[in-house]
Write a protein that binds this ligand. Structure first.
Ligand SMILES: [Zn+2]
Length: 304
């Protein structure tokens, strides 16, 4: 039993801290071979369930699972999500992470020496060969293939008293997340304090994931960062910690600046994953990934 899911080490990949996860169970169903046809079908069906207005007609075609995304056919391609013209070049691309995700605050387990070796090797591999995912699937899904297109899809909204630019499709969900957080603040002084201590709220930002050639979900405006003002001695983001601590991944949750559980739960209840669960932790980061919830059989609410 391992806490860290090394199969998909990357800034947008999971660390599964909860005890029930295994080192190889990167996808769903648990125990399925990540490269199997079964998993390919499960991922494509999860996408169709998460985006029924955009992703349709999941089928097995030309030896792979395919789906129609806003009129364009995409193949699973070992998790690379490629249109037909790119499938011959699939080895040039890194797979997208479709990881095991468990709602709620994970349980910390001290990494063993064996874990440490595996993590160091995986981090070295990532540094040696930066991730390069094809963006075409999400570009087509979110209709935002260029910076100008992406900017045309974002709108300004108020979130916990700040203005933030986000993809138009998640405004209602974020409003409901905010409502849930404000409701929790009435009962929880910790949530109230966390809101009062918020510094910046950042949504849309056209950029790559640090140290990779893959675009961040901030580029679509479907990710939001909530950065506290006073961080004390707590660690927030793996990259900042890595500047002075080579074993940044070994910092236990108790020494990280995690949002209150109620805040994580509010986001998760509307299909947002929390970056604090990744091995490459990003405790300020939430990202709209309803396909991850659908894939893991986790209920979430929609605004529509
Ligand atoms: Zn972020």
């Amino acid at each position: 039993m391992k806490r860290f899911l090394l199969g998909c080490l990357c800034a947008a990949a999971a660390v599964g801290a909860p005890r029930a996860q295994s080192g190889t169970a990167q996808g769903f169903p648990p125990g399925a071979d990540p490269a199997s046809r079964e998993r390919a079908g499960a991922v494509m069906r999860a996408f169709a369930a998460a985006y029924p207005g955009q992703i349709t007609n999941v089928r097995y075609e030309d030896g792979d699972y395919a789906a129609t995304v806003n009129g364009v056919t995409f193949y699973f391609a070992g998790g690379r999500l490629l249109p037909a013209n790119l499938t011959p070049l699939s080895m040039d691309y890194s797979p997208h992470p479709f990881y095991t995700y468990t709602p709620g605050m994970p349980v910390w387990e001290e990494p063993t020496e064996e874990d440490a070796e595996r993590i160091r090797a995986a981090v070295a591999r990532r540094n040696g060969a930066p991730l390069k995912r094809s963006q075409e699937f999400y570009d087509t899904l979110l209709r935002a293939g260029t910076k100008d297109d992406a900017y045309a899809r974002v709108k300004s909204m108020r979130f916990l008293g700040r203005s933030v630019l986000v993809h138009y499709s998640i405004i209602e969900e974020l409003s409901l997340v905010e409502e849930a957080i404000l409701g929790a603040a009435k009962k929880s002084p910790a949530v109230r304090t966390w809101i009062d201590n918020l510094d910046s709220v950042t949504g849309w930002n056209w950029r790559s994931i640090a140290g990779t050639e893959s675009r961040s979900f901030h580029s679509y405006g479907t990710a939001i960062d909530l950065l506290p003002r006073n961080r004390g001695n707590r660690d927030t983001y793996w990259l900042w910690t890595s500047a002075y601590n080579a074993d940044w991944w070994a910092v236990p949750y108790s020494r990280r600046l995690n949002p209150p559980e109620e805040v994580i739960a509010a986001f998760e209840s509307y299909g947002f994953i929390w970056g604090g669960k990744w091995l490459f932790y990003d405790t300020m980061h939430f990202e709209y990934r309803p396909e991850i919830f659908a894939l893991n059989g986790i209920d979430y609410k929609r605004a529509w």
